[in-house]
Design a protein around this ligand. Structure first.
Ligand code: ADP
Ligand code: MG
Ligand code: ZN
Length: 500
């Protein structure tokens, strides 16, 4: 790495490499029989001499955690070496019960893979350096006090929970690419079922290494490592902030210092935490209490065969099976739950008519109005009251001509709030579409009478005035008039030369 001085061109390229920690969803911890359910268990109730770090205890490797790591490696197209081992990473910190963490140093479980991302319609392979297995640390709770009698409490429940780390190559060239990589990786571990991958509670966390260099320069610039982001959005914002900060440093004739920086969400800035000089020397050495791991090719093949369908495969299948655009399929398969819901909708309907007939409409509703409602309510697809059967019913009502799209949006909103069936909402609220032309005609007449200005505009050649009048009629009929009919009648009346 080199320290670049001011570049006359002032055009820089961003270089990012991510280290992602994923908490594994095993029943027991990494090296002892304690439950790994630390999130819901009472404080300090999942503790034994091993994860408490008492002398004289011996760790035992959790086979399931090793399998989850190999599965993740395989999903990331990695090589699974036949020999692997655990190492001690030594550092003193109150959340580390033993004074060292059991991790993997030079012989990780998986190496040399890649992850495919798509940004602005371009797909790109991002190298995965390695996937290794380690243990999580205890949780500290700080109770500071200005008087100096502050204290901290330790919850050992999380100590020893299996943690997988995916180290990525510095192949990412923007915050957008970094976000796409994280989203794709997140989706893969969820599909594999190896983690809840919840970012808010820290089950999926990312350290972002970032540097910039003059465009065209082959060597990398000095990097900083940013921590403390707990959403895709914060990673994105932290990276953009950091790139901009480094650019200013260089443009002011300074040098970027290699250091760890923390993202401060409330202020939208990164702040220095520790420099390279303060970095620990971990004094790694092979863990003497554990045997090396021998991974037989047969075991790897079994695990490979057990892999579920992954997001990329599912995307291809949705396009082929239902004829929806790649773009839609990409968004739908980004989350396993969303894709499951979508397939439920389409398959429910397949019982009566070909699934493809409504596949695109179902996708439109899910990615459009339903997503908007979920975002507003802060709910995900597993939490909502609208069921796949409700959505099918809604689409059926539109197809049957009983509901206009406008009205259907209102019905969906009410179904979202109340959990009622769309057909019940339509019946209770009298939301049926008006296709009786005499009723619509009366509303058209009323709209035209009330808006002589628009009529005059239209007759003097302003075509858009007709659209305004259509809108007025829809308003008068509370959105219930059949839009095609309104259009036709408004045009007829305007061009009929009749005086309002
Ligand atoms: P460490 O273990 O000290 O953090 P590594 O060499 O393992 O260091 O690198 C960690 C991460 O930093 C990797 O994801 C890698 O892609 C990324 N990285 C390395 N050099 C750079 C750089 N110059 N700019 C951006 N990211 C980098
Ligand atoms: Mg690092
Ligand atoms: Zn234990």
């Amino acid at each position: 790495m080199v320290s670049f001085r001011q570049s006359a061109a002032a055009e820089y390229e961003t270089v990012i490499g991510l280290e992602v920690h994923v908490q594994l969803q095993t029943r027991s911890k990494m090296f002892c029989a304690c439950g790994a359910d630390y999130q819901t268990a009472p404080v300090n109730s999942r503790v034994c001499p091993v994860c408490l770090g008492l002398p004289g205890t011996l760790p035992v490797i959790n086979r399931r955690a090793v399998e989850f790591t190999i599965m993740t490696g395989l999903a990331l197209h990695c090589h699974i070496p036949e020999y692997s081992k655990f190492d001690r990473k030594n550092y003193p910190y109150p959340d580390l019960m033993k004074g060292y963490q059991i991790s993997q140093f030079d012989l990780p479980l998986a190496t040399g893979g890649y992850l495919e991302i798509e940004v602005e319609g371009q797909s790109k392979r991002i190298g995965v350096t390695r996937v290794h297995l380690e243990e999580d640390v205890a949780k500290l709770q700080h109770f500071p006090s200005p008087g100096g009698d502050g204290y901290s409490l330790v919850d050992v429940n999380r100590s020893g929970v299996p943690l997988l780390e995916v180290v990525g190559e510095p192949d990412l060239r923007s915050a957008e690419e970094a976000r796409a990589y994280l989203v794709a990786l997140h989706s893969i571990v969820q599909y594999l079922g190896v983690s809840t991958a919840n970012m808010q509670d820290g089950s999926f966390r990312c350290d972002a290494n970032v540097s910039i260099r003059p465009r065209g320069e082959a060597r990398f610039g000095t990097r900083t490592e940013v921590k403390n982001m707990n959403s895709f959005r914060s990673v994105f914002m932290a990276l953009n902030f950091e790139v901009e900060r480094q650019r200013r440093v260089l443009e002011d004739g300074g040098r970027v210092v290699q250091e760890t920086r923390g993202w401060v969400e409330e202020r939208g800035v990164t702040v220095s935490q520790r420099s390279k000089e303060q970095a620990h020397d971990y004094r790694y050495f092979p863990e003497p209490d554990l045997p090396p791991l021998v991974i037989s090719p047969k075991w790897v093949e079994e695990l490979r065969r057990s892999l579920p369908e992954l997001p990329a495969q599912r995307k291809t299948r949705l396009v082929q099976e239902y004829g929806i655009p790649e773009y839609d399929a990409g968004l739908l398969t980004g989350s396993k739950d969303l894709a499951d819901y979508y397939e439920n909708v389409v398959e429910l309907r397949a019982a009566v008519s070909p699934a493809t007939a409504l596949a695109k409409q179902a996708s439109n509703w899910m990615l459009g109005d339903l997503t908007r409602l979920m975002n507003l309510a802060g709910q995900d697809i597993t939490q909502i009251k609208v069921t796949p059967a409700h959505l099918i019913e809604l689409i059926g009502l539109i197809e049957a001509g009983s509901l206009s799209t406008t009205l259907a949006k209102t019905v969906l909103e009410e179904a979202f709030q109340t959990g009622q069936r769309p057909s019940d909402i339509v019946r209770d609220k009298g939301y049926t579409q008006i296709s009786d032309s005499s009723v619509v005609e009366a509303a058209v007449a009323q709209a035209i009478e009330a808006n002589p200005r628009a009529v005059a505009d239209y007759r003097s050649g302003k075509e858009t005035a007709a659209r305004f009048l259509v809108g007025q009629v829809m308003k008068l009929t509370k959105g219930q008039a059949k839009p095609e009919l309104v259009n036709e009648l408004v045009k007829q009346r305007l061009s009929g030369g009749m005086e309002p």
